[in-house]
Design a protein around this ligand. Sequence first.
Ligand code: NDP
Ligand code: MG
Length: 382
Amino acid sequence: MKKISLLGATGSIGTQTLDVIKHHSDQFSLIAMSVGRNINLALDQINMFKPSIVSVMTQEDAQKLQLQISDEIKVVYGEEGLIEVAANNEADILVNAVIGSVGLAPTLKAIEAGKTIAIANKETLVTAGHIVTDAAKKHQVPLLPVDSEHSAIFQALNGESSSEVDRLILTASGGSFRDKTRDELNGVTVEEALNHPNWSMGAKITIDSATMMNKGLEVIEAHWLFDIPYDNIDVVLHKESIIHSMVEFVDRSVIAQLGTPDMKVPIQYALTYPNRLEASNSERLNLWEIGTLNFSKLDTERYRCMKFAYEAGRIGGTMPTVLNAANEEAVAAFLDGKITFLDIEDQIEQALERHEKINHPTLDVIKEVDRETRKFIHSLRN
Ligand code: NDP
Ligand code: MG
């Protein structure tokens, strides 16, 4: 029986993780979980999975929740609460499905406590990839990808060393606006942006897919997870999202991983690795029904966020922290109706241009640059 702690239980990845745990309840049990503000859904989840510890965002919600559940379940809150859930004594594995760089501190504490990490929370790897991967090496903790592209690469690599890898090829669906020209992106609405053609995901990552920042963050995520230079990471547009990514080896053999677009598959693989279990209710891939798979080259003028991400990754130091924090704040402002879709990339560009890179940043430096960048993005609206 693997004992799981789960950050972000009420989210898109979180609820699908619980589906997998429920389907294989003879293999997995939920020990600890965190939610943000969705206390109603959390109550249902607590009643079904009976974790011993639950974290919520605020003290007020913690008090409210504790009144509605057994005293035997401990309720905690805030960043300390996330850490308590992540590094919980009893758990074997942490599934980090929280959104944003708030996932960084709990991930590091879980690594220090020797937990296996199943990581969906890409912002943590983008903002502090060197710190997270160094800590995982030092504590000999596996970092298992949940993001579908990285799970595909992980499966294609099958333990082969990076010296045999020539290139990683990440596939990108192109997001909600893939058929629009740059001019047509003027004035697009939040509702249009939230309408992803292939995947049903949380709001922030759906906007990131529309701006292509999601793929940019994934390039940085791949760099850290697989220790491959940016020059050897390519992105190809593939609108069907059937090939989840590929590895080209030095002998020119290319191995791809395929499947229907369903996050339960990579989530479950991270939980069962190195083994496989029968799927819960994921659809079988029928290539004869799909017929054609399309591929095309990515235009980095059309998708400027991709260009920013490659540049920030290559420059390194605190640049990816600025990229990520600026993106998180600009996307939140767009979702709130405060800025336009194209303002997102303009604001990120401004944040990157004004920042003076700090090399080899410590955790404290990263936190400070993250805070300062968010303040700058806010100031653009005043
Ligand atoms: P969602 O927005 O659906 O869920 C986010 C979860 O985090 C919710 O449980 C939410 O709580 C909680 N949360 C949000 N803000 C905070 C905070 N400040 N403190 C504590 N908890 C918080 O996100 P997704 O599931 O879509 O994405 C999660 C991560 O996985 C992201 O990093 C994303 O990039 C990555 N990912 C997602 C994929 C997908 O298919 N969705 C695919 C690949 C990667 P509540 O709702 O209760 O407020
Ligand atoms: Mg992905």
